[in-house]
Write a protein that binds this ligand. Sequence first.
Ligand code: BG6
Length: 532
Amino acid sequence: MSIDKNAGSGKVSTGHKIQRKKMRLSSPNPTTIIIFGGTGDLTRRKLLPALLELKALGMLPECFNIVGFATRPLTDETYREFATTALKEFSSTREKDEDVISALLSNTHFVSSAFDDQSGFNKLSEKLTEIDDTNGIATNKLYYLATPPSFFHTIVSMLAGANLTNKSFIPTKIESSLKSPPTQKIIIEKPFGKDLESAETLNKLLLKEFEEDDIFRIDHYLGKETVQNILFFRFANGIYEPVWNRKYIDHIQITVSENHGVGSRGKYFEEAGILRDMFQNHIIQLIALVGMEPPINMEAESIRSKKIDLLKSLRPITKDMVNTQTVRGQYLKGRDEDDEIKAYKEENNVSPTSKTETFTALKLFIDNWRWSGVPFYIRTGKRLKERLTEIAVFFKEVPHCLFTDFVGGCPNNNKLIIKIQPDERIIFCFNIKVPGAPDRLEEVQMDFSYSETYKTELPDAYERLLYDCMIGDSTLFPHREDIKASWSFVTEILEGWEELEGLEISTYDPLSWGPKEASDLIEKDSRKWRNT
Ligand code: BG6
């Protein structure tokens, strides 16, 4: 069954191609983006393609400059070639238009320097002045830290040393003559710290050099259309909010599974583990959006304060609870149709005796009026059966079953499934009488699909996030208080796990749904994971 999105409007639904060009009207002010890690994977695969798409949609300012900053010995010219190759490889077909690529890269520059070399940052400062002088415009500066987190502190200190941060900035001649001086903003990639203490230290350093409003901590899940839609879905429809609580909801399951392994990221993953890599940021944000109270409006501050309230209501999983409320797993070796799959311990840069978790399942509670007693079951892992991110809301059973003698027995709980990716849908599962059969009950679905309804690919998360940074909208970025609340919750679990250090970690076969202990976690409550 598919939903007619024009139902009730008198129009015939023929599908509808989104005119993305018309969706945003304002163009940001003149900007120079400085990408630290300008030759890295994230830049090639995500940042440059997102900028190209924004260019194609007319959402970049007329005066837009890119400065790559990395150790490779490139020049402006060879960096442009590097960026062109990356765009041809990683942009979607529509964006590969040569003219758009040349227009995007017409003002592209490169600074070759180590991240801990102050003279490189002085060179950057000269380059930025030169760019502004040539354009005759004082551009806003957007520093993007697309580097491993071990460089974050150094880069911020070096920027300060070259008077380039928001608080150390010394205006040039053009800038001093302006009524509203250009801004200096900073974008930080995850992971934002490795525990509560390190996240707080990083926050302090950033706040010493930048205003909170100029700090953009990226969580790319918040840039995904389907994640943004959670709030629209909850608060633009009158029928869900009255039942979105402990009276009607039995439990919620969140699954974020990936079928690939850690690949070339063994070194990073050994230090991180899946709890830090996926749960502390992306999944916590999903929980906040699903669980938060209605904001008074859609302003960043209003949404943020409700999210923070929710995160502060997460019941801590203390050391004595980690054994009963959490599961850690690690993938073993196996085979898919064609090839051998390496065990986690055999991946490059992974210790053969590693106890790092590549899977975790958690049962958690939110201690507030809305959610009291409603368990949230979370699971996430690498090398699982399929790539899938979904939130499944299981409503309570009917209070009394009239159908015990029917084929199919008592009806299944109603379920609302918000499929975040890769097949973006919202599905409502309900029970009906099978036509012609007097005694058969069956579960069917109302199914809304983004691709079938809008006949277009959804924009990549980085497009929206980069655009929002340029216009200074921080709605989709975690605030330092979000980070603090999420790390407090996660650090407690990590400390509990440390105390279990001597214990073996559970294992699972690749292309499965994780270790048996994850099924036990939910089945001991007489519930079952979906898709198993
Ligand atoms: C990143 C994690 O933040 O998100 C990766 O570091 C993970 O380990 C990735 O693979 C998943 O992102 P997406 O958008 O593909 O779900």
